[in-house]
Design a protein around this ligand. Sequence first.
Ligand code: F6P
Length: 560
Amino acid sequence: MKQPTKDLVKSPAWQALKEHYEAIKDVHMRDMFAEDPLRFENFSTSVNDIVLDYSKNRINEETMRLLMDLARQAKVEEWRDLMFSGEPINSTEHRSVLHTALRNRSSKPIRVNGRNVMPGIKAVLAHMRDFSEQVRSGEWRGYNGARIKSIINIGIGGSDLGPHVVCESMKPYSQRGLDVYFVSNADATHLVETLKCVEPETSLFVIASKTFTTQETMLNAFSARKWFMDLVGNEKAIEKHFVAVTTNVELATRFGINEANTFEFWDWVGGRYSLWSAIGLSIALYLGMDHFESLLEGAYEMDQHFLKTPLEENIPVIMALLGVWYNNFFDAQSHAIMPYSQYLERLPDYLQQLDMESNGKTIDRNGHRVNYLTGPIIWGQSGTNGQHAFFQLLHQGTKPVPADFLIPALSQNPLGLHHRVLFSNCLAQTKALMLGKKYAEAVEEMRHQGYSQDEIEEVIQHKVFDGNKPTNTIIFERLTPKTLGSILAMYEHKVFVQGIIWNINSFDQWGVEYGKVLAGQIQKDLSTPGDVENHDSSTNGLINYRKRVYFDELDKNKLD
Ligand code: F6P
């Protein structure tokens, strides 16, 4: 399905928003709150225990109505239904986009090319349950009869970030005595430092790669296998200590992994959407399959909310439209993610791939260069740490940075005053960002503190805050596997809706391929003696410098 309008910025809904922007751009949120005592009630919505408060945004009812018109103009609901029904909406790769099928808890069949994919999904889930229970119960033993104590997930991108954020966030649900490690970087340091913490006889390596060809993952997998063989010296032992998660069973078998210990998934699962598939095996091992299934359940509930709730109350749709509002009408270049939860520390990293790999595109679905901004730069850090790092720029910098604040109402670790302090800081920041501080208020405050008129005049301009900085607050009862599943699915759908509005394919990633090809060429050039001249002068210079000064070292370390 092509977009109904050829030129998005000239479309009626876009033009109406542009006009509306001119009318609202100078209105301050503090006045909006003063005028409407029900602003929180009017601009908040919920699903299960998750509440989205979007009242601290530069919007009024008219803004939301016009944004909904934009969503309808872009046919968001129709595209959503196409995705859920297995249509090949990933047009450049001719693939369906069915991560939602992986968490389909209903008995509804879902078809790809006429074939119901649900029996295959259920079979893999059963395989994951069987295997993870064997490992966790101690029935599965290493080659010398020792129990598995360490899970080492070797993968990168979607084969790392998804399982990693879940395992980190769900620590309170883990079985202590079974540790999980994530190795992703091509820098050997990542693997070497991890291997210092584990023993071969009690380790289980999960080689997670959709393609089983990704350079970093294969490098780490082969080096891990060499480490294991050097210490154990028994080829037969490998099958007890290495398992694979991949769509490429053939290559996993060639690596030496027993087909029975290979967990399959399918090309209609995008890498950054794959934690719900067998890529979640490390999650199942670390947390247990019941918790993994709760995660799926939570995501399914968000899917149902996204599918069935009118756009006006639909959390991912609202979040997506607010993002478009700032990205395209206020020219905000980035969007910050502030989880006020130490467990969610890795959420910004995970969302960077989800959002930036999906919507970092310049060419639209019709093959034309866009003339509007697409995906924002996603960044952030857990609160309260971020407050002491970059919040200064949010409060008084020159760049608009819309932000999501996420916070549990109840802590997993109710220790003394900690959660009250955390919670109050979260709310204080969003309040300060919204309200700002007027000149007169700053003067009054300083007078109250006993400063003289001269002292006040000297610094007063620095103590004024413009405010009017937009934030969403997402509050949920407690960070459980189910809630986490819902939150991650919420962001997936937000990214999807934005991709539809910007008329781009959110499910390919051609931009990442180019660097991979060049890295292959440079790797070859680094391993042959003599200067190279086939690159630009900077790249030639750096390669030749490295070779002239350190060639022996390179040669010594080259891969077998
Ligand atoms: O970074 C590009 C990418 O293809 C991601 O989309 C993917 O998640 C990652 O590489 C890892 O790919 P694979 O799972 O095939 O090793």
